[in-house]
Design a protein around this ligand. Structure first.
Ligand code: 2AM
Length: 183
């Protein structure tokens, strides 16, 4: 199964993200825009993972939460941008570099990485880039202009997600979650 560990967002945050997504879409000729329910931030991408490794991944997540005494926190998003892939673009909104919440997330990612490495579980080791993908394969005729606004997202849980195509639609399903306690 194709797995990733992610931060999901509540409906209020998702609708604010959708407003930004729609502004990009309105200025584009074409693009594959993220469905509201799919908006997330990937913490660790595991990719194709044998099903019998899922319990180990869950216990590594729980161990990381315990070691860090991880509590509810917030993440600020304000910085939009894109990655160019051939002649198309993937647009994202990223966590602010100076946000203390990003430090919490980066520390969690380090803990998860070392647990996964020790257990011999394969994952994507490229440097962490805390972003939410708003749309892929975007082409636009003129520079995209977006208002700068800050979105402060409450982070109450960390989720293990399964990714699959169902009848041609990309569907993410939470299969395990760490509930974070009040800070
Ligand atoms: P992206 O949004 O920048 O494409 C589910 O596919 C999630 O895992 C997406 O958030 C995706 O990031 C992320 N991801 C990270 N590394 C990936 C990889 N090597 N292949 C596919 N998705 C990856």
């Amino acid at each position: 199964m194709r797995l990733f560990i992610a931060v999901n967002f509540n409906n209020e945050i998702k609708s604010r993200l959708v407003q930004i997504r729609d502004r990009i879409s309105a200025q584009s000729l074409k693009g594959n825009f993220s469905r509201p329910e799919n908006l997330h931030l990937t913490l660790v991408f595991l990719g194709e993972t044998p099903e019998d490794q899922v319990p180990a991944v869950c216990s590594i997540m729980a161990g990381a939460q315990r070691t860090l005494s991880l509590r509810k926190f917030t993440l600020d998003f304000a910085h939009t941008g894109c990655f160019r892939r051939s002649n198309k673009e993937l647009w994202w909104i990223a966590a602010e570099k100076t946000d203390p919440g990003l430090g919490v997330l980066a520390e969690l990612r380090r803990r998860l990485s070392s647990g996964l490495l020790a257990a011999g579980i394969v994952f994507d080791k490229r440097p962490f880039n805390a972003h939410i993908t708003l749309g892929r394969e975007i082409k636009h005729p003129a520079p995209i202009i977006l208002p700068r606004e800050k979105i402060t997202a409450p982070i109450n849980r960390i989720s293990l997600m399964k990714s699959e195509h169902i009848s041609g639609v990309l569907v993410y399903t939470e299969i395990f979650a760490l509930e974070l306690k009040q800070g």
